[in-house]
Each structure stands twice: as structure tokens, then as C-alpha cells.
Write a protein of this length. Structure first.
Length: 579
């Protein structure tokens, strides 16, 4: 086994285990294929009997009986062929259902680690394998082992016919291998360039407002078009190669059938073969080579599935399945960072180094510092999005990785710096896309975020449809909905990253009211902030500079020590203004 295979062996074993679950169904498909291929002899045998017996005896009764029998056998063959296609389609569906959650979780994990390129193809790779299993390609794999049987049948009629069939089969197999060799690289390039063009198009679509407002539309189109043209060129090259071999194979197979008839006719003229055997040999020849032709035609599907298989093996190997954790009780709002060091995904340098602080229930802590100090990194570490490279973050004395991720998301509410909504209703967004949302909790969270009245003014209220770009909602409205989403699970700890960046004065006041309520209920709040109004309700301040704790303690004391205009900030806080 190669070094690369060793690296992905864990992922390969997961894929094989999912495939083994349908072992009995594969055996059933093999059994159906065996009978279907045996019934393929119906046509040649029918022609043999018609030419050698019916025509010579001129018996209509024999012809009718043979025809009825052939109709029945062909009906059985059609049922078997249809059945194995249905079974293969369901094997593909079972394989996809078996791995859907596993691959989805791996995609999410890799995206948060900064490996978005690999994650983006994960679900598509799984779908490509499912499509391959449900395609005609596997039936060709089950039929090809019967090709020697048909060739032997041809050789029984006459050795020369057998020689011609074997030579033709070898040539077709050679064309198949040559097709594989010449088409692999073009297909890979085509898939890569198509993915890049699609990815850029999706980026431009999601940032359509910015593209238009900054006059970037022409430049964006030219850049996208350049990638699109390259993708189309690569796709045409790959299609031309595959089409060339498909056409060549089909043409050669038809020629072989005619050559078989011609050679058979010569043998008939020489008295070495009967007319029925001549026709039967031609039919058998077409049947023997049909799976090879089908395999060549389905080669792009196979190539895409094989690439998907390798990609999934790497993805699953690099993202091991999380073992079930003991369900811990609802934690107290006590958070502690112990020598926390965080290296952002895809980077080599730590954004946070040896960070230590503790937050007690009922406290609100503001995290301040210049841009790039590590505030957003700290928010991601506290929510468990980014794992610590060193040290620990503990919630009520338990490390974050001791909680089930879904449960941790309920205990820690998070409002990111940039809020994204999902396609669906406002209620579904607040309820975190739950399939069984609690309407009372949705309304309560919206009221706490001062979003209730705003939502009621929309055309369909909570049932108003929104898109991933927010649609007609303003930045402040999206941020309030995001805050309601963070509050939906009634968290014990609320992490707010620049929460009032898009809020007006009323929104800022509502946010401060939420912070006061959280504190009064014995919960905790962490606020990453630039603006003074955001830290008005904070009891303590944590000052970060270059990823290191510069100061931590009571708010006013830290302000006096670290901020030159601390008196101005305190006056603004006391006045309740937004600055």
C-alpha cells in the first residue's frame, strides 16, 4: 500500500464499511445479472432454431411456440434488468444516507478550520458516488464477467468466429484502457476549473450589492468570464476525448458484428456453418461487447466517483468522528481561560498567546483592544469554533471539548461580528433552523433583542421569507435577528462580537437591557467592543494587545490605567450616549 493510501486508510475504512452494509443487495444484483445474462442467449437460440428448423420444416406451429416462449423469456429478462437497476439506485441512496451526517459534520469542521476548498466538494463528492452506483456503470461491471461466456459460445459455432470475437474484444479493452489513460488528466482539470468558476460566481452573487455599488460589475464579469471560458475549454477537451473513444468503440463494435456476419456467410458458403449459427454468432458478438461499450460511455461518471471516493477518504481521515460524550448538566455561567493559545486555521502564528482570565456568574466582561489584537479570535475560541493550540477554556470547570457540540451551542449564545441569515422565514432563522421550533421561545428571544415590533411590521411578520443576503432587511435589523437567534436557547453565557456596530440608539439601549437581564439572572456576557456604549454594562474589562493580555480587572480601574481618554469614555457611558 502506498504512503498516500496509508494516510487515508481510516477514511477508506469508513467508506468501505458503508458499502459493506449493502453487501446482500450487491449479491442480489449479481444473481439478477447472472439470470439476465443467461436469458440474453434467448435471441441467438431463437434465431438458430428459426433458421435451422422452422424454415426447413415450414412448421407454423413450431414458430408460434418458439415466439411465445421467447416473449416470455424476454419479459423475465426485462423484469430482472429493471429490478437490478432499482436495487442499485437504492444501494446508492442508502450509501448517501449512511454518510450524509458524517460528511456534513466533516464539511462544517473543515470550513471552521479554514479548509474551505476541501469542504466545499465534500457533499458533491458523496453525491457523485451515489450517482455512480445508481448509473448503468455498475451493471456493466456485473455483465463484463459474462463476456467470455458469450465468446466461448461463439467459438462453439466455429473456431474462426471465436478468434474474430476474441481479437475484437481485446481491441475494445485496449481502447478502454487508452481512454482511461488519456482522459484522466483532462477530466481532473475540467472538474477543478469548473469548481473555481462556480466558486467565484457564488462569491460575486453573495456580494452583489458591494459589486454594484463599487462599480466592480464589469471587472467582476471579466474575471468570472475568464475562469468560465477556461472551464468550458477544459470541459470541451475532456468531452472530445471521451466522445472520440465512445464513437470509435461504437463504430468498431458495429463493424465487428458485420464482420461476424461476413465471416459466417463465408463459412456457410463453404458448408462449415449453418445460416442459423451465422445469425446467432452475430447477435452473441453484439451482446458480448455491449458491456465494454457501456463502460467506456460511463467512464466520466466512474472517474468523477473515483475522485470523490479519494476526496472523501481524505476528508474523513483528517476529520475523525467525534466520540459520544457524557451529557453534562446545565453549567453555571462561570468561564475560565487557562494559558489559552490559539492559532487561526491556515496560519502558523498564534493570534492569542497565554491568555488567562475568569468570569463569574452575573458578570459582564468587555474585551477591548486595537484591530488585530485577537478579540474575534477569542470569541471563536470561547464558542468552540476554533480549538485551542495550547491551554484550555473551561465552562463551569469542564473543558469545552467535554460538551457535545450541539449542547455547547445551547449553553453559549453567539452573535458574530458579521451576521448571516439562511434562506427561510425569520422565525426559522431565530429558531436556528430547528425542525420543531418553539414559537413561545422565538417570540421571547425576539422581544429580548428588541426585534419583536420590528418583525411585526414586516409583511408576513415572523413568517416573512428572507435570503442568505438579508434581502430588504437593514444591517441593524439583521443584527437584531442575529441577537434573537443567540438568545433563543436561553444560554448561560452570551458572546457578542461588536454587537452594536449596526444598531441605532434604541437598538443599543435594548442590547444593554439584554445584558442587564442576563446578569440579573446569574448568567454572563462577554462583549468584544470598539465603541464606548458597548461596555457601559460591563463589570470588568480585558485589554488585548498583539494577542496578549495587557490588563484585566474592574472596568473603571482598567480604563484609568490603559486608556488616555478614560474620563471622556466614562462620561459617555454615564450619559448613555452612543459614540
Amino acid at each position: 500500500m502506498s504512503k498516500n493510501s496509508d494516510h487515508i486508510e481510516a477514511g477508506l475504512e469508513e467508506l468501505r464499511a458503508a458499502r459493506r452494509e449493502s453487501r446482500q443487495l450487491y449479491l442480489a444484483v449479481g444473481l439478477f445479472s447472472a439470470f439476465a445474462n443467461l436469458l440474453m442467449l434467448t435471441g441467438p437460440l431463437y434465431m438458430l432454431q428459426v433458421y435451422d428448423r422452422v424454415l426447413s420444416s415450414r412448421s407454423v406451429e413450431t414458430l408460434v411456440a418458439l415466439t411465445v416462449l421467447v416473449a416470455f423469456l424476454y419479459s423475465v429478462m426485462g423484469i430482472l434488468d429493471f429490478t437490478r437497476g432499482r436495487v442499485l439506485a437504492r444501494i446508492g441512496a442508502r450509501f448517501q444516507r449512511r454518510l450524509d451526517r458524517r460528511v456534513f459534520n466533516a464539511v462544517i469542521a473543515n470550513t471552521t478550520r479554514g479548509q474551505a476548498d476541501r469542504a466545499q466538494t465534500g457533499l458533491a463528492d458523496l453525491e457523485s458516488i451515489q450517482r455512480f452506483i445508481a448509473s448503468p456503470a455498475p451493471t456493466a461491471a456485473f455483465d463484463i464477467p459474462w463476456t467470455p461466456v458469450f465468446l466461448i459460445g461463439i467459438a462453439i459455432f466455429h473456431p474462426w468466429l471465436g478468434y474474430l470475437a476474441v481479437v475484437g474484444g481485446v481491441i475494445l479493452i485496449g481502447l478502454t484502457l487508452l481512454n482511461q489513460t488519456l482522459s484522466t488528466q483532462p477530466l481532473n482539470r475540467s472538474n477543478i476549473t469548473a469548481h473555481r468558476a462556480s466558486h467565484l460566481g457564488e462569491q460575486l452573487r453573495s456580494e452583489a450589492e458591494m459589486v454594484q455599488s463599487l462599480g466592480m460589475q464589469q471587472n467582476a464579469f471579466e474575471r468570472w468570464q475568464a475562469r468560465r471560458r477556461l472551464a468550458l475549454t477544459e470541459q470541451l477537451d475532456a468531452t472530445d476525448i471521451g466522445g472520440r473513444f465512445t464513437a470509435l468503440t461504437k463504430t468498431f463494435r458495429l463493424f465487428l458484428q458485420s464482420a461476424m456476419l461476413g465471416l459466417g456467410a463465408l463459412l456457410v458458403l463453404r458448408g462449415e456453418l449453418s445460416p442459423g449459427a451465422m445469425i446467432a454468432g452475430s447477435i452473441l458478438m453484439g451482446r458480448a461487447l455491449a458491456p465494454i461499450e457501456l463502460a467506456i460511455g460511463q467512464w466520466p461518471v466512474f472517474q468523477r466517483a473515483r475522485k470523490g471516493w479519494d476526496n472523501l477518504a481524505k476528508l474523513l481521515t483528517d476529520t475523525p468522528e467525534i466520540a459520544p460524550r457524557t451529557d453534562l448538566p446545565v453549567p453555571a455561567a462561570r468561564l475560565e481561560a487557562q494559558s489559552l493559545t490559539v492559532i487561526p486555521p491556515g496560519q502558523a502564528q498564534a493570534s492569542l498567546r497565554m491568555v488567562n482570565f475568569a468570569i463569574e456568574p452575573g458578570e459582564a466582561v468587555g474585551v477591548i483592544g486595537p484591530s488585530g489584537a485577537g478579540k474575534s479570535t477569542l470569541a471563536r475560541a470561547i464558542t468552540g469554533t476554533w480549538r485551542a493550540a495550547g491551554g484550555k477554556v473551561r465552562l463551569d470547570r469542564a473543558a469545552l471539548d467535554q460538551y457535545e457540540p450541539a449542547k455547547l451551542g445551547e449553553y453559549i449564545g453567539y452573535l458574530p461580528q458579521r451576521v448571516h441569515l439562511f434562506d427561510g422565514t425569520i422565525a426559522e432563522n431565530i429558531a436556528r433552523l430547528s425542525q420543531a421550533p418553539d414559537d413561545a421561545k422565538i417570540v421571547k428571544a425576539a422581544q429580548q433583542a428588541d426585534a419583536h415590533d420590528m418583525i411585526l411590521k414586516l409583511p408576513d411578520g415572523y413568517d416573512t421569507l428572507v435570503s442568505s443576503t438579508g434581502g430588504r432587511l437593514s444591517g441593524g435589523q439583521i443584527q437584531r435577528i442575529g441577537l434573537a437567534r443567540a438568545l433563543y436557547s436561553e444560554p448561560v453565557l452570551l458572546v457578542l462580537d461588536e454587537p452594536n456596530s449596526n444598531l441605532d440608539n434604541d437598538g443599543a439601549e435594548a442590547l444593554n437591557a439584554t445584558i442587564r437581564r442576563m446578569k440579573a439572572e446569574g448568567n454572563s456576557v462577554i462583549i468584544m467592543a470598539h465603541r464606548p456604549a458597548a461596555i457601559r454594562e460591563c463589570d470588568k474589562l480585558l485589554v488585548l494587545k498583539n494577542g496578549i493580555v495587557d490588563a484585566f480587572g474592574p472596568r473603571d480601574e482598567v480604563l484609568r490605567k490603559t486608556v488616555s481618554n478614560h474620563q471622556t469614555i466614562q462620561n459617555a457611558q454615564n450619559a448613555g450616549g452612543v459614540q
